[in-house]
Design a protein around this ligand. Structure first.
Ligand SMILES: CC(=O)N[C@H]1[C@@H](OP(=O)(O)OP(=O)(O)OC[C@H]2O[C@@H](n3ccc(=O)[nH]c3=O)[C@H](O)[C@@H]2O)O[C@H](CO)[C@@H](O)[C@@H]1O
Length: 348
């Protein structure tokens, strides 16, 4: 007999979905039953059917700092209605929201119905949905320490970012990815959707490295066909990669600065040159994320492409990478999923 049912919600992009799946797994291991509630049209639509977890997909509107678009507002209303039906039917003991627009409807309805709500914030800055939900939540679980007003600080706890804790030897990972098992490997990771900026800037800048290195460049599924034309011997383009394999294969990475990407770099101890999204695009979350690591000597942040060659040269130096790896070791959030599951158990 299971100790009770917990709804885990959140998704839209990988940065919210994958830590949600890791948390769901830890809750199952702690003896709870889990149903995952994701958004129609989010990455979860593709990933949840393969996860083995019971799940529901409901509409979810994208929240915005500016005026809410009419079609998003409509989706938000439909999502709240669907969340109400789902929670009435499932009667969970608690709801764990991993944030993002996809998690908002079920989390908000849970709070209204008096179902204990735990909210996890992945970024080094409280997101828009979580700013509203944190006030209603019993617990606020954080990936990194945040400066918070006293009312929120009282229920906050740093648990870390639940990464997929799966590592392989570099040779095995490279072979499974179709790479040369023995070449040093530079990973380019654009995040869930790929990064147009990294796609535009990097191949030509990195070709000169190919005499010794190989590059695995994840460009985003939407750009795969056009980016394939820029492949060269030892420059491999992929729309989407198996992240645990890609990180295991890598000696160095150039990435967007989603919370998930940087937490994975810390887990796998891969030095990163971070190229954050411009501040206005995600409210500055990516600047804050890479700032957390860069201030501790555990990553480098690129502020302008004019600095790229100098930054890359520094990171190609094995001694620089060794220093960064030593700092990353202390920042790995291994065990975060279990700590988050424990926080949920405490409110059940
Ligand atoms: C545009 C935007 O709003 N981005 C946000 C989004 O980023 P986004 O979801 O893109 O980025 P993250 O780095 O947090 O997570 C991406 C996840 O998808 C995985 N992955 C990605 C590509 C791939 O080919 N294979 C793969 O498995 C990564 O390994 C990682 O686990 O959520 C993050 C976490 O809240 C935020 O920090 C970002 O600011």
């Amino acid at each position: 007999m299971k100790a009770g049912l917990v709804v885990v919600t959140g998704g839209g992009t990988g940065g919210h979905l994958y830590p949600g799946l890791a948390a769901a797994q830890a809750l199952l291991e702690a003896g709870l039953a889990v149903v995952y509630v994701g958004a129609l049209g989010g990455l979860e639509e593709r990933i949840l059917p393969k996860s083995g977890l019971p799940y529901r997909l409901i509409p979810a509107g994208k929240l915005s700092r500016e005026a809410l678009q009419p079609q998003e507002a409509l989706k938000l209303l439909r999502g709240l209605k669907a969340a109400q039906q789902t929670l009435r039917e499932l009667r969970p003991k608690a709801v764990l929201s991993m944030g993002g627009y996809a998690g908002f409807p079920a989390a908000f309805v849970a709070a209204l119905r008096g179902i204990p709500l735990v909210v996890h914030e992945q970024n080094a800055k409280l997101g828009l949905a979580n700013q509203a939900l944190a006030r209603l939540a019993r617990r606020l679980a954080l990936a990194t320490p945040l400066a918070l007003p006293p009312s929120l600080a009282a229920k906050a706890q740093v648990v870390g970012y639940p990464v997929r804790e799966e590592a392989h030897s570099a040779e095995e990972a490279r072979a499974r990815l179709g790479l040369d098992p023995h070449r040093p490997t530079l990973l380019v990771l654009g995040g869930s959707q790929g990064s147009q900026e990294l796609n535009r800037e990097l191949p030509e800048r990195l070709y000169p490295l190919l005499s010794h290195w190989q590059v695995l460049h994840q460009c985003g599924p939407r750009w795969e066909a056009e980016m394939k034309a820029r492949e060269r011997p030892h420059y491999h383009i992929r729309g989407y990669v198996e992240a645990p394999l890609a990180w295991s294969a890598a000696d160095l990475a150039i990435t967007r600065c989603g919370a998930g990407t940087l937490a994975e770099a810390a887990f796998h101890q891969v030095p990163v040159l971070g190229v954050p999204l411009p501040r206005h695009l995600d409210g500055g979350a990516q600047w804050a994320n890479v700032g957390f690591y860069a201030e501790r000597g555990a990553a480098r942040r690129l502020s302008s492409w004019t600095e790229f060659e100098r930054e890359l040269e520094a990171l190609l130096e094995p001694s620089t990478r060794a220093q960064i790896r030593a700092k990353l070791k202390g920042l790995s959030s291994a065990g975060a999923a279990q700590r988050l599951a424990q926080a949920v158990l405490e409110v059940v």
